[in-house]
Design a protein around this ligand. Sequence first.
Ligand code: KIV
Length: 313
Amino acid sequence: MTGSAKVRAARKEALVYNPIRPQGSDRMPAIQGRKGNVMNTATQQPANNQRLRMVTVPDFQAAKACGTRLTMLTAYDYTMARLLDAAGVDGLLVGDSLGMVVQGQPNSLSVTLEEVIYHTRLVARGVRRSLLVADMPFMSFQVSPESALQNAGRLIKEGGAHAVKVEGGVRSAAAIQAIVSADIPVMGHIGLTPQSVRRFGGFRVQRDAQRLLDDALATQEAGAFAVVVECVPADLAEKITSTLKIPTIGIGAGVHCDGQILVTNDMLGLYDDIRPRFVKQYADLGSDIMSAVAAYCREVREGRFPSAEHSFS
Ligand code: KIV
């Protein structure tokens, strides 16, 4: 397929969910299942209003009951958020992975609350349908449940997030409880929690079955509506998934989780400082960008751009 044919095909596929130019059915489900099974049609938009319904926290919870796998990706700015949302992803996470893929840091420890609020605001402007989750960065929830609640509130009020994500299970239960008590939905995160990189001595697969199960249950009991399970052997993630009532969102945790998340820059081939084994690269945008920029530089140097078509008379 040529480049423009590929773009046309991708657009056609995305139109199924595209809130900007909806096509065909005017009654779109918030989350569409593997076999096209439609969840929760009750709150869909009426026929004369073609806006898609937002994916909600209850939709995430219902997806597990329906056996509908959830899709999540990270986003850090308006342009990418708009594309990912229009392509039909169920949830967008403004991850503190922004420290690595946006800021070029070796890990996420230096990311500040102000930075996550800023990026969440950018992403929120591009979201029409996806559930928008903002990460609570290192030291924004560890000091006390009170400051965790205050900081989570800022991500909702100033960033426009619909929910927040908190790393750690047993050790973070009090913070999760405090945040949930103010009706702020929390997504947990267990397994390889990147903010624990110094204790782990690197980004390592987590294999302590009892600890993982304790963390998963503590997250659920504290009131989280879903939990990210990162870098855990597939059979352990399967056990956690079947034990919990809330959906598990896997990353490097096998196929049996209730949903999956990837760092967008990894799966689109935009970032290769670190290439975890669990990442599947669905596109090579890094190479496409370099070819496009090389062509632009060549044409400018050769006096072929701008042509008459791109000039004013
Ligand atoms: O920060 C992040 O992007 C994350 C995902 C990898 C789950 O926590």
